[in-house]
Write a protein that binds this ligand. Sequence first.
Ligand SMILES: *[C@@H]1O[C@H](CO)[C@@H](O)[C@H](O)[C@H]1NC(C)=O
Ligand SMILES: *[C@@H]1O[C@H](CO)[C@@H](O)[C@H](O)[C@H]1NC(C)=O
Ligand SMILES: *[C@@H]1O[C@H](CO)[C@@H](O)[C@H](O)[C@H]1NC(C)=O
Ligand SMILES: *[C@@H]1O[C@H](CO)[C@@H](O)[C@H](O)[C@H]1NC(C)=O
Length: 484
Amino acid sequence: MKTDINYDQLVDMECRRQESNRKVQMYYRCLIAMATGLSVLLTAVALYSILTPNVFSEYPAPNINLPLPKVEACSDPCKIVLVESIPEGLQFNSSTAHPSIFRAWMSLMDEARISLDVASFYWTLTNKDTHTHEETANQGEAVLQKLAELSGKLSVRIAVNTPQESQPQDDLRLLSDSGADIRKVNMRELTSGVLHTKFWVVDKKHIYIGSANMDWRSLTQVKELGAVVYNCSCLATDLGKIFEAYWFLGESKSIPSPWPVSFSTLYNKDTPLQLPLNNTPSDVYLSSSPPSFCAAGRTPDLQSILSVMEDAQSFIYIAVMNYLPTMEFSHPKRYWADIDTQLRRVAYEKRIKVRLLISCWGSTQPIMFPFLKSLALVYDPKSKLDIQVRLFVVPATPKQKEIPFARVNHNKYMVTDKIAYIGTSNWSGDYFVSTAGSALVVNQTASQSQEPTVQSQLRDVFERDWNSDYSTPLTQHSNLRDFC
Ligand SMILES: *[C@@H]1O[C@H](CO)[C@@H](O)[C@H](O)[C@H]1NC(C)=O
Ligand SMILES: *[C@@H]1O[C@H](CO)[C@@H](O)[C@H](O)[C@H]1NC(C)=O
Ligand SMILES: *[C@@H]1O[C@H](CO)[C@@H](O)[C@H](O)[C@H]1NC(C)=O
Ligand SMILES: *[C@@H]1O[C@H](CO)[C@@H](O)[C@H](O)[C@H]1NC(C)=O
């Protein structure tokens, strides 16, 4: 490539020789020359923007001559463990089982030496909070007690969605009195959403992320799934940046745009963090929503979901509590089909087998069913269309039925033939547009190890649930009342 001459010269040289009678040939040469010139120009622009990353932001570069931050491989001995809450009384005919979220939280608190940061939606860890008298609240109460003890000893910071008047705040008061730092994030004012994220960062070294709220029911009466990653500073530091954004917003009336560089990340869907996870080389990143909370480099949660779907080669299994191609909470009503369209598209274009395991309980909105039935109609073995939907019901004894907002499958994950995605969001538009959430995305396709990958463990969880007696195929005749 002639890189020593500029774009204008190239175009001139090739284009101005009009006298030639081989005009057609010239025309192509001319095009090639222009393309070459253009690529030289683009390369120059790209190099310029890489070398001066702050050129497009209003923050001046601290020092242009500093070496660029390199996307370095991480050598932390990261260990990931899937964790679950299985509601009291649920039994699976399956060997697939994982440590409880309760155990995981207790072990994280045992490990904590310096700091514990918790991103949370709301706090109801005791019977008092929920006006109940349930023995199974004991795990939540133990978590709260231990957290209160730690709050006096090390730095405990809690970011929580600004509670409404009606919401219990005893737990937060206890923790604050015990020494924890608490910031309320007024999502309603910031984005008209809520802070729905649920994760922990311990000593900037271990993390928990998943569906469980800081609610005693999330430990014993609601079905939850999450992941704990131990000894993994690289990843914990990155999740710490998402926490710092919430922490910042706890004291801010507006969302920075752009976010200061300290919130930005090098790790995203295009350049994931490379680390050994359970001794297996892995590509990992954290996504975040809403997009306005994403500093430079961060993949928005929706883009993460769409790209994981795009990347699938044979199947996409999804277990979420709510699935709606709408903005659930917007007035006037709005249709929002980004995820729905992607599922139909990959089912059609790539013949991907799609399975949705959706929850069904007393509070399920009936409007979910026509949309799910519509998805389930995309099924025709002859045309290799294969979308199937099942409803998961957590049964309840009369006594368990009295526990408010319990006995439901609250999982929020997706597993494809390649990727494990563990999130904190319900799947409707609001959660990707205005609500704060985040997800851990793990790619171990390069694994040669004997150890089961996160993807295979998550697939086993999905298959256990999908094939259990607790799930029922959704057909065109299914009547919501018969199920939930
Ligand atoms: C984390 O690392 C420490 C120190 O090397 C080790 O003792 C501990 O077992 C590790 N934790 C896990 C869960 O692997
Ligand atoms: C998920 O959706 C349900 C139903 O709309 C809602 O009540 C709940 O607050 C959402 N968030 C949680 C806790 O998963
Ligand atoms: C997963 O990792 C493999 C190899 O490391 C890579 O080729 C592939 O593009 C990755 N997939 C995704 C969705 O990140
Ligand atoms: C487990 O298997 C037994 C015997 O086949 C069956 O009666 C029961 O319903 C199954 N339970 C679940 C949750 O699948």
